[in-house]
Design a binder for this molecule. Structure first.
Ligand SMILES: Nc1ncnc2c1ncn2[C@@H]1O[C@H](COP(=O)(O)OP(=O)(O)O)[C@@H](O)[C@H]1O
Ligand SMILES: [Mg+2]
Length: 243
């Protein structure tokens, strides 16, 4: 088994004390792989990502980034630890231009002109529209901008919450392929997705959450077409519920 870049063990977490949303959730994301988290609405997928990023209090369990324990990290320390979080919405500044968005991210990351060049090469669609307001970009282009901003800090692990949500199928595919492409440089991707089949085709490993608990996990290729996935979505199957 490859080394885990990120490992969550036995996590209980929630927004309010004594009201856990996640119960005993575990997950590992191997280095340079795409790990996808799927599950019905309200399963706790976003909460899991936010708890890893320090945005939701963790009452039990641990989060490790490589060998380092980062449980309950301060969100402003994320990039210092080599991690980036791309929220599902409000992940760019719509009233600023693309150049201004990138410059903000670069300033925070002390990335400099070289990094700016690299990002613009990687996302030519952004290079063509530097002076346009980010709010004028298409949905897919906005996600590219959000990913570019995350990359400014050269993270080794990127947490992405439903980057393809609300996108047309082609744009969704492009965004997911970009996530895949990032792993070719050794970046580890943890992705929440609602496009289940697309995500399973693209990911290496998959975790299914429902009702704040782990259900099943396995090689994404094995889960593709496995009827148990549909059953969990339809609410007919809970492998570990109530335990
Ligand atoms: N800010 C919040 N405060 C309190 N409860 C929340 C908050 N955000 C989400 N929840 C609750 O946490 C549960 C899981 O939500 P979420 O993690 O967003 O699910 P998913 O991303 O899988 O759709 C839901 O019951 C939701 O109502
Ligand atoms: Mg969510």
């Amino acid at each position: 088994m490859a080394e885990a870049a990120l490992e969550v063990t036995g996590m209980t977490a929630g927004y309010v004390p004594d009201l856990p949303i996640l119960r005993d959730v575990s997950m590992r994301a191997e280095t340079g792989r795409v790990t996808v988290i799927i599950g019905p609405n309200g399963a706790g997928k976003s909460t899991l990502i936010k708890a890893v990023a320090g945005l939701v209090p963790v009452s039990e369990g641990t989060v490790h980034l490589g060998a380092r324990a980062i449980t309950g990290i301060r969100p402003d320390q994320l990039s210092a630890h080599g991690m980036a979080y791309v929220p599902q919405s409000d992940n760019i500044f719509r009233s600023l231009t693309i150049a201004e968005n990138l410059d903000l991210a670069l300033a925070r990351a002390a990335g400099g002109a070289q990094m700016r060049e690299r990002l613009l090469q990687q996302f030519p669609v952004l290079a063509d529209k530097l002076k346009e307001k980010a709010g004028a970009l298409s949905g897919g282009q906005r996600q590219f901008l959000a990913v570019a901003m995350a990359l400014a800090a050269e993270p080794s692990v990127i947490l992405m919450d439903e980057p393809s949500a609300g996108l047309a199928p082609k744009a969704a595919q492009e965004v997911l392929e970009e996530a895949r492409a990032l792993t070719e440089r050794g970046v580890t991707i943890v992705l929440v997705e609602q496009n289940v089949n697309q995500a399973l085709r693209l990911a290496d490993h998959c975790y299914i959450l429902a009702e704040g608990r782990n259900q099943i996990d396995g090689a994404a290729a094995d889960l593709l077409g496995d009827p148990v996935v549909a059953e969990i979505y339809l609410g007919g199957k809970r492998l570990r519920a109530g335990g």
